[in-house]
Design a protein around this ligand. Structure first.
Ligand SMILES: NC(=O)c1ccc[n+]([C@@H]2O[C@H](COP(=O)([O-])OP(=O)(O)OC[C@H]3O[C@@H](n4cnc5c(N)ncnc54)[C@H](OP(=O)(O)O)[C@@H]3O)[C@@H](O)[C@H]2O)c1
Length: 270
């Protein structure tokens, strides 16, 4: 029986993945910042709910150790925890800038580093990083989030070669819009009252993005199935788009020059 360790399993994609993998007969180490609040996952078969805050390295080590103690071995690490800072770059304070990278990039780096000795000792393992179409194309007012997801893509692509020498696979899952807490309580809205200059533009872009979310968003269960496919894929496939909107956007990206693609995006936000 295989075991997956998931970060950010308290809600959204991470939670849906915990439920789906458990239903498919996997052991699940469902990690989260506040496990004491969890009421359902800990009632499920083969699910260990435990604390992991990607900002606290010692909780990463403890969660991995507890997972190995309970299930003997971890086969897959799902780096899922993340959120978006949204707003004009000028409106972001230093703490907001740093936190976006601490969670979305350094969180992935520290968790990956922490699992690698176990994967090397097991002579195998798979790391799945939740990136996004936002890791390959960019929209306005999301510069910090895009920068963090582009970083995850580069990190993962480089590790693909380096880890292959130890029979460890790394894959990225790239969802489009997903109906989760991502656009609600998890958003970090960058507002600086002195930046009225961006006011009208911000309203326009946010309205367009919210409209796009209402029209095209996948349920987190669909992303969980793509993650499951990636976890069970014996091939060296690296990227897995998830959601019809993600497929559409990336098709549009590869079929157009930089200039044409960016012109289309600019027109959409004007
Ligand atoms: N929703 C989308 O449209 C979309 C699209 C593409 C990619 N993604 C990516 O999918 C991933 C999951 O997001 P989601 O859509 O499922 O949103 P979500 O429902 O807001 O879930 C985010 C999860 O990350 C956790 N988290 C935040 N900071 C953390 C930290 N310091 N340590 C550990 N966990 C932390 C949250 O924990 P708490 O419950 O404690 O806050 C929560 O469990 C993110 O990486 C996101 O960038 C989302």
């Amino acid at each position: 029986m295989k075991t997956i360790l998931i970060t950010g399993a308290s809600s959204g994609i991470g939670r849906a993945a915990a439920v789906y993998f458990s239903q498919q007969g996997w052991n699940v180490v469902a990690t989260m910042r506040s496990p004491e609040k969890e009421k359902e996952l800990n009632q499920m078969d083969r699910v260990l709910v435990t604390k992991l805050d990607v900002l606290e390295k010692e909780t990463i080590a403890e969660a991995i150790a507890k997972g190995i103690e309970r299930f003997g071995k971890i086969d897959v690490l799902l780096n899922n925890a993340g959120y978006a800072a949204v707003g004009a770059l000028e409106a972001a304070n230093d703490l907001q800038i740093k936190k976006q990278f601490d969670v979305n990039v350094f969180g992935v780096i520290h968790t990956t580093k922490a699992i690698l000795p176990h994967f090397r000792a097991s002579q195998g393992g798979t790391i799945i990083n939740i990136s996004s179409t936002a890791g390959r194309v960019a929209f306005p007012l999301l510069s910090l989030y895009h920068a963090s997801k582009f970083a995850v893509e580069g990190l993962s692509e480089s590790l693909f070669y380096e880890l292959a020498t130890h029979h460890i696979k790394i894959k990225v899952v790239e969802p489009g819009n997903v109906a989760t807490d991502f656009t609600g309580r998890s958003l970090d809205i960058l507002t600086d009252d002195s930046l009225e200059a961006y006011g009208a533009y911000t309203e326009l872009v946010v309205n367009k993005q919210m409209e796009s979310f209402r029209k095209h968003s996948s349920p987190p269960e669909l992303i969980a199935k793509t993650i499951f496919e990636a976890a069970n894929d014996p091939t060296d496939r690296f990227r897995y788009l998830a959601g019809e909107d993600a497929e559409f956007l990336m098709r549009m990206r590869v079929e157009n020059s930089d200039e044409n693609f960016m012109k289309t995006i600019a027109a959409n936000f004007s």
